[in-house]
Design a binder for this molecule. Sequence first.
Ligand code: AMZ
Length: 388
Amino acid sequence: MFSKFIHRNLYFWLILSALAILYGIFWLTLHESHPAISDRLTHACLILAVMVVVGKVAILVNEREKSSLKWLISFWIAYGLLILFLAIITLGSWYLLVSGAKPLWITILITLFMTGLTALSIFKLIDQIQTFRGKAMNDTELENYIKENFMTHIIPAIDLQNGQAVRLYKGDYDQKTIYSDQPEALAAQFETMGAEYLHLVDLDGAKAGTTANLETIRKIKQATKLKIELGGGIRDLETVSLYLDDVKLARVILGTAALENPVFLKAALAKYGAEKIVVGVDIKDGNVATAGWLETSSTPYLDFLHELENIGVTTTVITDISKDGTLTGPNFALYEEIARETKLNFVVSGGVKDATDIKQAQKADFYGIIVGKAYYEGKIDLEKVLKS
Ligand code: AMZ
């Protein structure tokens, strides 16, 4: 662990060691003959060492916060200007030295200060590049990292009822269209088209709080290598464990229970982590809907989203129920508001009509977007969209 610490902070240790060596050299060579100069130079080394330590601490603190691209760019612009300013001062002091107006030690001090800061900025940049590359990833890992963090996931959806793939209109169980008796074949098709994720909803489960379509879900899992997220009826830790540990789905989506039972939500997050526990926020008339969308709570969606952020949820699937299954385009105003108001990752769900909606979500840099009816009704060339 100690050697790892040294290795990760190598540049920091190198600069500190160089300063210590300089300190020794100045002391040994000048202390007898020029004590005043020796004192100044050794003091300069100490000051620089303190500055380097302070700088390193600042970097470590800064790295603990997730840097947004905007933040990084402003940081480097500000830092660049500072370095430029110091470079001018350094050159100026050398000029003054040559023209005899300033003593040597001031020039050396300023030069060392400048060198220290430049070195700091270099290892800050190296640190950031390393972080970006996830500490020496291979090409496939890097590609996955970029996909995972910077690209909008396009997620085809299968809603299950009685083992069949269906679509409802605005979540109404009485207005349904059946698209397939073999959802597992459908999932396999999505995989062939280039999908990576699959959004599954157990509609019977959502209505009754059960695992009604478990066998079909197992079949789908066995038929593909897709990363499957599943929502509907997951209301306790045993069911979470069944789907994550036993069926080995990639993540589960909690809806009703996330709103009604924060203790359970926190326990699930603590046990499985925010990557596997996603929250489904289904919005009806501005409030969060539950129980297969048959009930509407009195919680406004933004209040709920802020609460989720505080609890430690990172990823959500947000559905505007009035759009779901209507093929009229997602409620982008809603998603833009959520992007402004929260830091949550969210999957846009409900209303996608064609490829232009996908483009818009990509342009806005949203985390993901679900495609359901638009595919089933032939409004979108999913393969083209997935592979572009
Ligand atoms: O279409 C519906 N009536 C519907 C639906 N798609 N009802 C619930 N759901 C989905 C939610 C969420 O992903 O979008 O089921 C999940 C929530 O289920 P639960 O059982 O946790 O509330």
